[in-house]
Write a protein that binds this ligand. Structure first.
Ligand SMILES: [Zn+2]
Length: 503
């Protein structure tokens, strides 16, 4: 940059600072927020978002696992992008009458965490079966302890032991020193609540040395809607440590098919359990060998934030735009690139931030941009933020969470809590997306949950339809649809501007 352009840039900055510090009436009369927004929406660049997704899901960040060096590297990437924004207003001293304690520019929040990694070449060998392929045939549970187990497999239905509700998949079976195999979910007639952690706890209590879990061949209506397939996906477990792996439906079927005659096909067994609400458990007498090494290290989780200061001197009211940045990293030697989950949401947030920072005037309320880590490990980063917010939660007028923004059917799933749905639909009209919005209430799962629990109004934005690569190594940048990114970015920009400026 030449001397002259530097001088011009400083003049611009000064005039903007003066503009910022002047009264609300001046701003309201000279700048039409609506007019600017129309232009801002047009300036959204899919090329920039796609470039960010390619970079974040590329080899440089190795899948951005929480608490690893890649967490820190990707945090630095976002922090650099924040500091490159022309957030001229955030460097301005607050007006004399403002008692607003909002932070200046970039800010980071850290938390000590344990990062667990399944080392390359995990092995599952089933008797009379060629070795299973890691990634497509099986995936160790990501925080599974190391395994070196050779034992026979006992099929225990859905793995439920709830005699009070008339179902005990372990009745009359000895699973001590055995590997149990159970289906995911629960049979339709069972009215109790059962989580993966409950099933693992029961297996351990009964004396099993490991577990295998699989999606049943008969999908529930919920699984059909979600586009669930038989492929194993990456998950963490919060139950007591027991080595475990998710195997494909096809492998589970072949284990059951190898069992002594008369037990039937897995599909028929699953249908019988569901139809009669009774257990159909049995020893398969098939031997399996499970071998892998899990390493643990203490590391640091990074949340990164930046703020676009509002002009109103009387309020520290703030709108949050958040997206998680972390994914699973390298597990079992496979890269979980996390392009849709959630390089896409991160890219949308960065692009919306760029456009907001280019607005000719500050919004009335401040806009806090938050890049979370630890989402995949139980919302660690967002929970940490809510426990130590930099803007008081009582002044946080809304939290917009962007997750899975790059794959789907072109529609937007929008979950709204704590505010009228008309707020969300109005933003859809502004963004020209009225016919593409599917509005719901609370959307379970995601970084908005701790905010909702703390009483902050939330809007979650997820691209609609099936996400076929969900939590699989195939979630890569080449599966991202730029038009979907654009819709999400338009929507988030319109909604954030609306929440930040409505009287
Ligand atoms: Zn995820």
């Amino acid at each position: 940059m030449t001397r002259i352009t530097i001088a011009l840039a400083s003049v611009c900055a000064i005039s903007l600072l003066i503009g910022t510090a002047s009264s609300e009436t001046t701003l309201d009369s000279t700048i039409s927020a609506g007019n600017w927004l129309t232009r801002g929406l047009e300036e959204i660049s899919t090329e920039r978002m796609m470039a960010d997704i390619r970079e974040l899901s590329g080899p440089a960040f190795s899948g951005r696992q929480t608490g690893t060096d890649d967490d820190q590297k990707s945090a630095a990437f976002v922090a650099d992008r924040f500091s490159a924004l022309r957030l001229h207003r955030s460097t301005a001293a607050p007006p004399a009458n403002q008692t607003n304690p909002l932070p200046q520019r970039e800010w980071k929040q850290t938390l000590s965490v344990i990062a667990k990694t399944i080392q390359p070449d995990p092995l599952i060998q089933i008797e009379d079966h060629s070795p299973l392929r890691s990634g497509s045939d099986f995936l160790p549970i990501l925080d599974s302890p190391s395994a070196d187990i050779n034992a026979t497999i006992v099929f225990v239905g859905y793995g439920i032991s709830d005699p009070a509700q008339g179902i005990d998949d372990y009745a009359g079976l000895d699973v001590r020193n055995k590997i149990v195999l159970f289906l995911r979910g629960k049979p339709e007639p069972y009215k109790g609540a059962v989580a993966q952690a409950d099933k693992v706890r029961i297996a351990k209590e009964k004396g099993a040395v490991a577990y295998l879990t699989a999606t049943g061949p008969v999908l529930s209506p919920y699984e059909l809607r979600r586009g669930v397939t038989g492929t194993p996906t990456a998950i963490y477990d919060t139950s007591p440590p027991l080595p475990g792996a998710w195997i494909s439906t096809a492998i589970a079927e072949s284990i059951v098919a190898q069992a002594p005659a008369g037990k039937g096909r897995l599909r028929d067994i699953q249908e019988a359990i569901t139809r009669t609400n009774t257990s159909r458990s049995f020893a398969t007498e098939v031997t399996a060998r499970l071998t892998w090494t899990t390493t643990s290290s203490t590391g640091t989780l990074f949340n990164i934030a930046s703020i676009i200061r509002g002009y109103s001197p009387r309020t520290q009211d703030t709108v949050i735009i958040g997206a998680h940045r972390d994914h699973f990293g390298l597990q079992g030697g496979r890269l979980f690139a996390g392009a849709d989950d959630n390089a896409s949401g991160t890219a949308v947030m960065l692009e919306v931030a760029r456009i907001l920072a280019s607005a000719p005037a500050a919004p009335k309320r401040s806009i806090l941009l938050l890049s979370f880590s630890g989402e995949e490990q139980g919302l660690l980063g967002s929970r940490h933020y809510v426990s130590q917010p930099i803007v008081p939660l009582a002044s946080t007028v809304g939290m917009i969470n962007i997750d899975h923004a790059g794959v789907g059917n072109g529609r937007l799933t929008v979950g709204v809590t704590g505010m009228e749905k008309t707020v969300a639909s109005t933003a859809g009209e502004t963004a020209g997306l009225s016919d593409k919005l599917d509005l719901y209430g609370f959307f379970p799962g995601g970084d908005h949950v701790p905010f909702k629990e703390a009483g902050v109004p939330t809007v979650t934005v997820v691209s609609g339809g099936v996400h076929p690569h969900f939590h699989q190594p195939t979630d890569t940048a080449d599966t991202i649809d730029p038009e979907i990114l654009k819709s999400v970015a338009r929507y988030v920009l319109a909604l954030a501007w609306q929440l930040a400026n409505t009287p």
